[in-house]
Write a protein that binds this ligand. Structure first.
Ligand SMILES: [Zn+2]
Length: 321
């Protein structure tokens, strides 16, 4: 038994009550504070990865944060965060996740500075206007275009910058309706970057959308996930959990299952999660201002009950609220 192992056991017993280490030494079982089966020790905590599960009431989680927050002191919670949680979250050590350098397409130019007489630039401008992107947003998101890199011709380029203002990704959306490939993005792994991290205020509520167009239309603090799921191994997930962020999930309505899975996962790590009902349109980018206002007003906190309703609504079809 290593010293950190003993430290873990001591910490659990000090903060959540006396426990019993399993014969194989992988788990410690304590009395579950949820169902208060005081005599029986039915809540098992994995000493390696901090997952817990109560065999009586089925309470479970991926870290002790939800338990400590409810049933222990702020001091113990802070100690857990400082001494154990980061070990878990940053097991792969963020500093060793080397970000590959990303090169924007040759001839990349902010569209607001491009030659508007060029037919591709003109068509791109028309496309952006049709998608309700304002000139202010073109500046803000550094939206660009190239007329010299043939591979990326007739594409809107959305560059992404990391927290140090270095390019870490880009999204290239074709402006042509019948394009064979709608999106041609940077080739590096999107799970190892956070889209436009430099612009995120991590102390505020974080809104997450699937795509960049949804994110622009939403007009909130946050980022896009570049897809409909959030992997536990992604940099975005780790940073959300490390910050214990308050999160609003704004995924497309056809992604109810994935929304439920993502919300449950983030909640199990101690994040506060809310969910936006996006059923009034195909996606956020296509909502009218009125639909968007209503969607924002009806943002609901995620709870075991909403989780349950989401899971039923995937059996029935239609809106779940
Ligand atoms: Zn229980």
């Amino acid at each position: 038994v290593s010293s950190t192992y003993t430290e873990r056991i001591n910490f659990i017993q000090k903060s959540l009550g006396k426990g019993q280490v399993s014969r194989d030494g992988n788990d410690i079982s304590i009395s579950c504070p949820h169902c208060k089966e005081h005599l029986k020790k039915k809540l098992a905590i994995n000493l390696e990865n901090w997952k817990f599960h109560c065999w009586v009431c089925d309470a479970k989680g991926n870290s002790l944060v939800p338990l400590l927050r409810k049933f222990s002191s702020n001091e113990n919670l802070a100690y857990y965060r400082a001494h154990f949680l980061n070990d878990k979250i940053f097991a792969a050590d963020l500093e060793f996740v080397e970000e590959q350098a990303v090169k924007l397409p040759d001839g990349f130019l902010p569209i607001v500075l491009a030659n508007l007489k060029h037919p591709d630039v003109k068509a791109a401008m028309r496309y952006l206007c049709a998608r309700n992107i304002t000139e202010h947003e073109m500046w803000k998101f550094k939206i660009g275009i190239t007329v010299s890199d043939e591979k990326f011709a007739r594409r809107i380029i959305f560059p992404s910058l990391n927290a140090d203002y270095e390019e870490n990704y880009f999204v290239g959306r074709s402006i042509d309706k019948n394009a064979r490939i709608r999106y041609m993005n940077a080739i590096n792994d999107k799970t190892s970057i956070i889209f436009n991290d430099y612009a995120i205020d991590w102390d505020k509520k974080i809104y997450l959308t699937e795509g960049i167009f949804d994110f622009i239309a939403l007009k909130e603090n946050g980022t896009c996930m570049l897809g409909s799921s959030l992997s536990e191994s992604s940099l975005l997930f780790k940073k959300l959990v490390a910050n214990e962020s308050d999160i609003v999930l704004c995924l497309d309505n056809d992604m109810v299952k994935k929304t439920a899975r993502t919300a449950d996962l983030l909640t199990s790590y101690g994040c506060k999660v809310e969910v936006m009902d996006t059923s009034s349109a195909k996606d956020i980018a296509e909502m009218t201002n009125e639909q968007l206002d209503i969607a924002k007003e009806t943002i609901k906190e995620w709870s075991p009950k909403t989780s349950f309703l989401y899971k039923i609504s995937t059996i029935k079809s239609g809106s779940m609220f």
